[in-house]
Design a protein around this ligand. Structure first.
Ligand code: GLA
Length: 736
């Protein structure tokens, strides 16, 4: 142990507990919260407390107040009834674990985070589990995970290997979870926890958030509220298959567990090998779900997201504008149009590559990352030069983990794909797409080299959209030995993360979007390598309100790519006015996904003004604290949220009407997060009305805005009154 580590070795507090043992409390703190586990040497780790921050005297009397003494990291074998975090089979067939604490360390890691490590070892077998907790200065998040090491002769089979477990006292506990599907991602569902087991899981193999999400909130005081109520947020930070369980058994507790999905993933842990589980990030707030979201957003921006401190550029992506039909002159025209509207970046999406099998259809060319010079006679450099002429940056789409059977790569290396021996591959998109075996180091090198070549040859590429459009099928690896076939899902993601790390080590500055058939990879496991994610292939503004609402529970606006697209919308066919489409996109990382040549001059001018307005408040949206005000899920005919700077000197208020009826009444929205004692001047952004709003330019105290609010007209007094059924407002509030 280093001198430095010894110096800050944990000073564990020793208290006589009601259970007549000497509790050795490990007190893990954030500015406002405490997590306490009892780590008595020779005993198992007991979960004692998670909640508001405790002072020393409260800590000293905690046991007498009544605590669970349930295991903080339950293992299978001695007590068999409880859901375990870890279960194993030792080389001699013994299926039990019986862990005792051998020591506690506290140290600072290379990023300045504080780590507490509680070392445990089996009472008989040389098998260790270290349970770790990580906190950052000024962050309300506690990350925890486990590391298992086999020191015995022979291989230990890991059957279950969750990252973390937490008992939550029964009461009126509700769970908020996120569900969905392609083009309908991250929908919110809230319900009281039932008896029995709730399991939230993913088995896609490659992507993990189209359907369920690996984040939940637990509202301890009944129906979830935005502003009040004790609320725990938990996010498993992992790129692959996961499983979250909440077991409500006969005890007085709900038992939360989260980790890699062990289904078809038994892991053979060899002698000397350590299995590191992904972290679960927890937070606790008494400001309801809103408090939990703000804690996650701050931690996300400061510690988890690539470049979380840098404002994002306003971009035009070519996908819904031209789909695969990339043409050089049209790329130039799109660049010119977005530049003239004030955009800062153009991203050429799918369709630019493939020689032997040109990417004119989605059945061709994945794996062959050479420019199609029939489409782009002047290649990528020609596009970069054109972007430079327009004064904007250039970005490009890739899907490096995938291959089409109609590609040179597949013809030369059919063994590179994920596929079981003695089985024909099962192809997905385009009838020919499948997944490369990222567990194979040669495949990892291939992908790193492809990205390296692209970014080295074209150092002015500013942005990459990294896509992933297939699930893993035909479970098996030509590369792995028979005893490691069950490692496929885990090895895939270890390989993928190692690819990300190698690319980021060499290209730390490039902006990278994480996309997976839309919102298939919105998880904090990805975000250390990515600047943002694509929320959904569904760009319909009305449906986006619901999806972005769900997304906002854990992810900050800066990471939430949100684009203005065409009307009728390409996914839903819905006709939505440009004003409304823009006002929804402005509540996230604003971009466009449209063919601007199909827009009228008036629409282009409207977008130019909206982009200028967004620039004025970009920092408030992208770095501000989010307050969700009226939920679209509450059927109040409107939805509303706002962002407030941490200094409370500026805010942006969003209001969208969801339904239109004659003689309709909607609630007046009370604002939140402002300084009650300051006065704020109100200005409307992206205004289309002929006349200003009655409160335009007027000043109100934060107190008034938060207790009364402003009456928002239900429609627009605009030339395009045909779209009266849609109404939306964006208000800027500036403290005087
Ligand atoms: C996925 C993405 C889209 C687009 C297409 C290209 O579906 O989510 O945004 O990039 O692939 O094929």
């Amino acid at each position: 142990m280093s001198y430095f580590k010894k110096l800050i070795l944990i000073a564990v507090a020793t208290f006589a507990s009601a259970n007549a043992v000497y509790a050795e409390y490990v007190h893990i703190t954030t500015p406002t919260t405490s997590m306490v586990v009892d780590a008595n040497i020779n005993d198992y780790i007991k979960f004692v407390y998670y909640g508001n921050r405790l002072d020393d005297s409260e800590l000293g009397n905690l046991a007498e107040a009544g605590v669970s003494w349930l295991p903080a990291y339950p293992v299978y074998g001695v007590e068999c009834q409880r859901e375990p975090a870890m279960s194993v089979t030792h080389p001699d067939g013994n299926m039990t674990l019986d862990m005792k604490i051998t020591g506690i360390e506290r140290y600072t890691d290379k990023d300045g985070a504080s780590i507490v490590a509680i070392n445990t070892t089996d009472r008989h077998y040389p098998f260790d589990i270290v349970v770790k907790y990580r906190t950052y200065p000024n962050s309300e998040i506690i990350e925890t995970w486990a590391e298992a090491t086999n020191r015995q002769k022979g291989t230990v089979l890991l059957r279950q290997f969750a990252s973390a477990s937490m008992p939550v006292k029964k009461g009126d506990v509700w769970m908020s979870q996120f569900f969905g599907s392609w083009a309908n991602e991250t929908r919110l569902e809230e319900a009281p926890l039932p008896h029995g087991m709730v399991t939230i899981k993913n088995k896609d193999g490659a992507r993990n958030t189209h359907t369920s999400h690996a984040e939940i909130m637990l509202s301890l005081d009944g129906q979830p509220r935005e502003d009040i109520g004790r609320t725990i947020g938990a996010a498993l930070c992992y790129t692959g298959n996961y499983e979250i369980k909440v077991d409500t058994d006969e005890s007085g507790y709900h038992h939360f567990l989260a980790g890699i999905n062990p289904d078809n993933s038994e892991y053979n842990l060899r002698k000397g090998e350590t299995f590191v589980t992904p972290p679960v990030a927890f937070t606790y707030s008494e400001e309801g779900k809103g408090g939990v979201s703000r804690n996650f957003h701050r931690w996300g921006r400061e510690h988890r997201l690539a470049h979380g401190d840098k404002p994002r550029k306003i971009l035009l992506n070519s996908w819904e504008g031209v789909y695969l039909d990339i043409k050089e002159h049209e790329m130039h025209q799109m660049m010119h149009d977005i530049a003239s509207m004030g955009g800062e970046l153009f991203v050429m999406d799918d369709g630019w590559f493939g020689t032997k099998y040109p990417r004119t259809t989605d059945s061709n060319a994945l794996g062959d990352w050479t420019v199609d010079t029939n489409k782009l006679p002047n290649g990528i450099q020609g596009l970069i030069d054109a972007a430079k002429n327009e004064g904007i940056s250039f970005g490009i789409w890739i899907e490096p983990e995938m291959v089409n059977s109609r590609s040179i790569l597949y013809e030369e290396h059919p063994e590179y794909i994920v596929c079981a021996e003695n089985r024909n591959p099962r192809f997905t998109r385009g009838g020919t797409q499948t997944v490369l075996d990222l567990g194979n180091p040669k495949v990892q090198d291939l992908i790193v080299n492809m990205v390296d070549t692209l970014l080295t040859n074209y150092p002015e590429i500013d942005y990459i959209k990294w896509d992933s459009n297939s699930a893993i099928t035909t479970h098996g690896s030509h590369y792995q030995t028979a005893d490691k076939q069950s490692h496929l899902f885990i090895d895939y993601h270890r390989g993928l993360v190692s690819v990300f790390e190698r690319i980021r080590a060499k290209f730390p500055d490039v902006t990278i979007q994480d996309c997976a058939s839309g919102g298939g990879r919105a998880n904090y496991g990805y975000l250390p390598y990515f600047d943002e994610f694509w929320v959904s292939d569904n760009t319909d503004a009305l449906q986006r309100i619901y999806m972005q609402w769900g997304t906002s529970h854990f992810f900050p606006a800066i990471a939430m790519a949100s684009h203005i697209s065409a009307s009728p919308n390409h996914q839903t066919g819905r006709l939505v006015p440009l004003k409304y489409r823009t006002d929804v996109a402005m509540s996230g990382r604003l971009g466009m996904e449209i063919q601007p040549k199909d827009m009228s001059d008036q629409e282009k001018e409207q977008s130019r003004r909206a982009i200028a307005d967004y620039k004025a408040v970009r920092d408030v949206v992208q770095f501000g604290d989010l307050y969700r005000l009226v939920s679209p899920y509450d059927h109040k005919d409107i939805a509303s949220l706002m962002y407030v700077t941490p200094e409370k000197d500026e805010a942006v208020f969003f209001w969208w009407k969801l339904e239109a009826f004659q003689n309709q009444y909607v609630p007046r929205v009370k604002m939140a997060g402002l300084d009650p004692n300051r006065r704020y001047r109100v200005t409307e952004l992206n205004r289309i009305d002929r006349r200003p709003l009655s409160f335009e330019g007027r000043e109100y105290t934060g107190q008034f805005l938060m207790s009364n609010g402003l009456e928002i007209p239900l429609g627009h007094d605009a030339d395009n009154h045909l779209h009266y059924d849609y109404a939306s407002r964006v208000l800027r509030l500036e403290a005087l």
